[in-house]
Structure formats: C-alpha cells, structure tokens
Design a protein around this ligand. Sequence first.
Ligand SMILES: *Cc1c(COP(=O)(O)O)cnc(C)c1O
Length: 857
Amino acid sequence: MRRFTVRAHLPVRLSALGKLSTNLRWSWHPPTQDLFARIDPRLWAELRHDPVRMLGEVAPGRLDELAADAGFVAELDRLEADLDEYLDRPRWYQNQQAAGADLATGIAYFSMEFGVTEVLPNYSGGLGILAGDHLKAASDLGVPLIGVGLLYRSGYFRQSLTADGWQAEHYPALDPQGLPLRLLTGAGGAPVLLHVAMPGGRVLRARVWVARVGRVPLLLLDSDIAENDPELRGVTDRLYGGDQDHRIKQEILAGIGGVRAVRAYTRSEGLADPEVFHMNEGHAGFLGVERIRELVTGAGLEFDEALAAVRASTVFTTHTPVPAGIDRFPVDLVRHYFGASGGDESALMPGLRVDRIVELGREADPSVFNMAHMGLRLGQRANGVSKLHGIVSREMFNGLWPGFDAAEVPIGSVTNGVHAPTWAAREWMDLARRTVGPELVEEGRGWEQLTGIPSAELWATRTVLRGQLVDEVRRRVRASWLERGATDAELGWTADVFDPDVLTVGFARRVPTYKRLTLMLRDPERLRALLLDPKRPVQLVVAGKSHPADDGGKALIQQVVRFADAHDVRHRIVFLPDYDMSMARFLYWGCDVWLNNPLRPLEACGTSGMKSALNGGLNLSIRDGWWDEMFDGENGWAIPTADGVTDEARRDDLEANALYELLEQSVLPKFYDRDADGVPVRWVEMVRHTLQSLGPKVLASRMVRDYVVDWYAPAGRAGRAAVADAYAGARQVARFRARVEAAWPAVQVVQVDSSGLPDTPVIGADLSLRAYVHLGGLDPEEVTVQAVLGRVGPDDDLTDVVTVPMSHAGAEELGQVYVVDTQLPRSGAVGYTVRVLPHHELLAADAEPGLVAMPAR
Ligand SMILES: *Cc1c(COP(=O)(O)O)cnc(C)c1O
C-alpha cells in the first residue's frame, strides 16, 4: 500500500499554526505546546503531542471555530511574535562577534542520528540525543550551525515484550510528508536531487529534507525515491540495520552526499559555505574525502595540499572508549565503493587515487579500514566527550603517535551536556525563569541561582514530579501487559503499581553488556528485601532497548522482566518497554535516584544522569564518564569500583554489594528521615546542592560554548589561514610535512651535556643543558627542541614529565646547538633527555605529524 499524508488547509487567520508546528522549537517551548493542546486536548494526547499530525486530523469545523476565537487568535499572534523574536534577535554568538571575537562564520555538524523530538524518531540512543541537544543549544546561543544526517524510513525500532519477556521489534514506516520537514528545492523550485556514484555505473540519488530546529536547519538525506533502483532506495531504510555493505553505503551517503547537501542548501539560501566541519563520531568521515575532492578538482590542489586545508577546518569527536566500538570496514569493501575498474583513480571521487583514500583509514591490520583513524587523520582537532574519556582516548589512539606518551596525544575533551529546556520539567524551568530571569534561562545560564529556593518548595516540586511518573508508570505497565496478551479483567492490580511516596530509583539506557542492566539482580533476595521493606521501601523503574542482533542483551532484559513479573514485587519494580524520549522525560523528572553502573571506564560520558540532576534527581553511579569529574562527595553517591579486579564475576559481586550497601546505609535513611513537616531535610540539601553544583556544568549550552570557543573558533581561523592567498597556507603545510618526513630519518640528537649540578642536588637546583642536534637539512625554525625531565623508572623510561623548550644557540662542528637553563622539577630518581619535534605555526600541536627524534639509547 502507498501511504501519504494530506496537510490540512488552515484558515487564513490561523496560518501561523503552520510555522509554529514545523519549527521544532515548539518541542522545548511549553506555551506553544499549550496552544496546540487547546485546539483539541483529547486528540493532542491521542496523537502523542504531534502538532503536524494534529493539524492534519483536527476537524475543519474546529479550526474555523478557533479562527473566530479572539482569545486563541491573540495567543497565536503572541506566540508567532515570540518565535520570530527567537529567530531574529542577536544572541550570545552575535554578541561575542560584536565584541570582537573572531568566530567561525558557519559550522556543519554531521551525525548519523539526531534525536530532536519523539515526533522525528531519527535516533537510537545517547549519540542521537546528544546531537539533538547540540543543535538546540546552538540555536539558543545563535551559533550558525547546520546539522547534516540521514532520514530513515523507519528510524530505530520500537520495542515491545512477548508474554515471556523477550524483546520484540517493530519498524513502523514514517511518511516524511507527515513530519515537520520540507523538501530542499533549488533554482526554479524543483526538489534538489543529489547524485553519488556507485560501482558499476549506478548512481545513488537522494533528496534532502530540511527540519527547522529553532534557528538551526537540519538537513536529512533520503534515498527512498522512485529515481533509485530498489536496492539503492533501501539505503536509508533503517538506523543501524543491515550488514557492512549496507552500512558503508549509508556512511558514503551521509558523508559525501552530506557535503553536497550543505552546498545545495547554502546556495539555495544565499549563505556562505561553512568554515568548519564537525564529525560527531567517525561515521560521517567520508565528508573529508569529498572536501578533498572538491579542492583537487575545483581549485587544482594536490591531494596533500587539499588534505592540509581540510584538516585545518575539521573537528572530530570520538564517542567510544573501546576498540570494538569503532566502525571498521574491510579494505576491500572500501576499494569496491571508491575504486575504479582497472586504473588507480577513484570512480566515486574522480581526481583522487584510491590508495590515498584507503590510506586515511589505515590501521595495524592492513585488511581493515578504520573510520576513527580516518577521523583523526582528517581532523586537526579531536576530542573525547568527558575528561576521563579524553584520557582513555589518548591511550587508545596512542599507536597513531608512536614515540609519544599517551598524555601528549593531541586529543582533548569536551564533556557532553544536556539541553535544559528539553529535559528539565516545566516546573523547574518556571522556577528558574522566576529566580534567574528568562534570558539567562534561554541561554542555559544562571542555573546555580536555583539554590535560593525554600526547602519546602523544592520538596513539593520533587513530589509533584514523582506523582506524574507514578501515573505514567501505571499507564505504561497496563499497556505493556495488554500487548503481552493479558486481558483487562486481569489487570486491576496495575492501578496500584508504584506509590507516589516511595523512594523511586530509575535505570534506563541501551542494553550493551558494559552497562550491566542486571547488576541490581546480582543478589535477588537482597533486592527483594529492599523493595519490600515495610518502613523504607524502594521502587525501581527499568527500561532499555537491546540492539536487535544482540540476543545476549535480550536475555538480560528477559531476566529483569521475569523478576519484575513476580506477584510479590510487581508493585515495586517494573520494566517499561520502548524507552524513547517521551518516556525518558518522565523518568528524569520523577526519579529520586538515577542509577548507573557501567563497567568503568567503558561509559564515554553518559548523559541520562545529567538530565536527572537538572531535575533534582540524585545520581548513584559508578565513577565513570561525566560522573568521574563532577561527583563532589555531596551531590550524589559514587559506587566504589573494583577497577583492578580482572575476574568479572567477582568484580560484579563487589560492585553490586557496594551498591546495596549504599542504598541501605545512606540513600534510604536520608530519604525517609523527615522533619515535623514531612520534609527530608538532608535529602533536600543534597537536591539543592545538586542543582547548584551540577546545574551549570551539565548544560548543553556550556558544552556548545566550549566547542565554539576552544574548537570551532580555532578551526575556523586555521581553515582561513589555510585557504587565504590561493591556498598558500595549505600548500605550505603540505610542503612542510613532505620535507620533514623526508628529512626525519636523519634528524638526530647527537650529544647532550649538562652542567651546574652539584654532587647532591636538591629539588629546584639549577641545571644547564646543551644539546647538539643534526637537522637532516631542516632549518632550525622548522623544529622544536625540548628538554624532557621526569621520574626515571627501572627501564630508563620517564614518567610525570616536564618539557622545557630549548633555544637555538648557533651551529658548531657537532651540530646545531640548543641550550636551556632550568631547575630540577622533583626529588627522587630524576632523569632527563632531549627530543626534537617538527614545528609549523599552522599546525595545532607539534605532536601532530607524529614525528619525534631522541638520542639513541
Ligand atoms: C539521554 C538519553 C539516552 C542516553 O543516556 P545515557 O546515559 O548516555 O545512556 C538514551 N536514550 C534516551 C531516550 C535519552 O533521553
């Protein structure tokens, strides 16, 4: 059957409803949601708060009635004006620029998934939600960002349970016509159709849908069109479905098609091309290859010159702390899609040699193409997503910078954040607007001032939100049982599931093994006792989807469901199927405690706990990801980790035991210890401290400002320097890299002399070093020579090092002379050495080329 959606014809007086429903800003703007609800409250609830569907299905007579309703029309006009003001007013970004900050003129942000709202279900989990929050915060701050991704015919799957608790998957098809999207059109109003060459002379075509996320456009490529053959139509069928071959086609479309979509969009809107390209994870890495091709064929650059220009303006964010989490393809598959039949020029990327493309994703195993390695080779700036993940990433990718310590690997970190207007309950947002003012709230600032709110009001808000969650839990438990085959008559008990006054713990996330969904079940009797304690019970809400191909994950879900199905505990523990944004919201609002027990350090950041914290939920978590840097001893609890224990079962035992103990000895007593007015004073103090200490740090606006200032602005400047004067900078860098690579085998530290040290030196004692260096034909300005001092180990390796630049002091027979006067940085066994690195002002770090020369041992 062919299905399509017919949009309603709005009365002229109500035409602004079209604009309000298609700009997704409504999804984080409660007054606009209220207006839609007013149209038809029953239908609004039934359609799960989807304005576009609502306008399609509401009775035309009702619209005519509203057009004549002066109160409704006045509110509509007010909200339209409010949206216009939101879209036009200069914001933080424009104010920074007005104050002289040299910021990028535009940023293209690529991601394979975007979770903006549940009515556009184009995400599977954390990565997509993060991308959605990034766009929203960028919009609030006025950052000139363009989002780029794919539109999947059926998004991610919807989850239900079978009678025996096994996960079942459904893939409801989406009709783009029924979504808040418009087609990108070109000259003459015809839809833009992108072309990407496929092997065997085939062509993959895609149209481009544009979603408006406040001020930010989101371009979504769609291959499901009649112009494609059936196989290619299916490229954008599902998110994370299919085999490697399917997957590489999706990534080719997202990366290469994505750049072409950006060009078509900016042309059609008369905008400048973005200066910076940001890869949110390596999936869209082929965007860099397309940009190299543009420069090679359009500007006549050599591959290496184009690479230098692309690198300068590319930011790469990695999200996984484990090699197994990285996207890798067989090299042969890459050659199949990029290669030509015969010659060595790429058919997909005319003007480029296939070998050069393959080289970008090289790893130790020559048969594998590694998308993260490509990200690092194409992006001069790279980051992990929490401080701990930065450390883990530097270790994980150390191999790309041989000769450098992990600490020197040029990968930084930006800790993720969450969009407050999306995730904080309306009750908190209203309180925040009253307490700190609407403007600051819009930009995600001033959150810490919530600390002034009286305890009784804080507690009352928490209680209201817990009550809403309890209602939602009852509704969903009932619906789930009906789906599992129960009848109404058996389900009377679901009306009493959960208790609005009982401590409510939430655990919801995807179900890969490392997140340990079932850790809480490690000692089932101990959990049962906690749930059923007559005076101080706990209630536990659990949710999460397992990847469809992961039967192990499904077995974990089944284990939880079976436990929760037992008659004696089913009023205190529930598994809610189909975790998505619409459910998540209730969980973050209403849970008193947010539980997270991953295997450290496998959680790159995690964001659900941040959303809970924004609502005054207290985190009870392993010190992993964001919690490792933001736990301060009083804003929640850290579950002690048995980091060194290699026996996994034993580690689980230890950590589960620690979890139960924390609940029994600290969490529960604090929650149930009430004053004369029934307020848990010590609990509320922790809530207050959480809002104050975490509020400002967990916000996506903080994250986006970090990206703007520390990543996009430098990448914009580096990109500009590379392309200025007919790409003089890019040519210089390419020449420089070729020169140093050729010269490097001859670069040598031939001798190091020290003087000034007494026989028994003390810490801080003066040390003069003089090094003789052969530069293999390089100029002294083309290198940095450094003294490296640190603790010396049994194998003569240096740790805890301090590096001190040395000055060039002429040339002698032995070589170029470098000197420095410094002090001994520490006591104990100290050693020093001297090393040489290439240096160029257009590189972001001297470690970037991965070349270093030290004295021969
Ligand atoms: C926030 C969120 C996630 C990510 O949570 P993690 O803590 O990173 O696991 C996943 N799904 C939904 C629906 C979310 O809202």
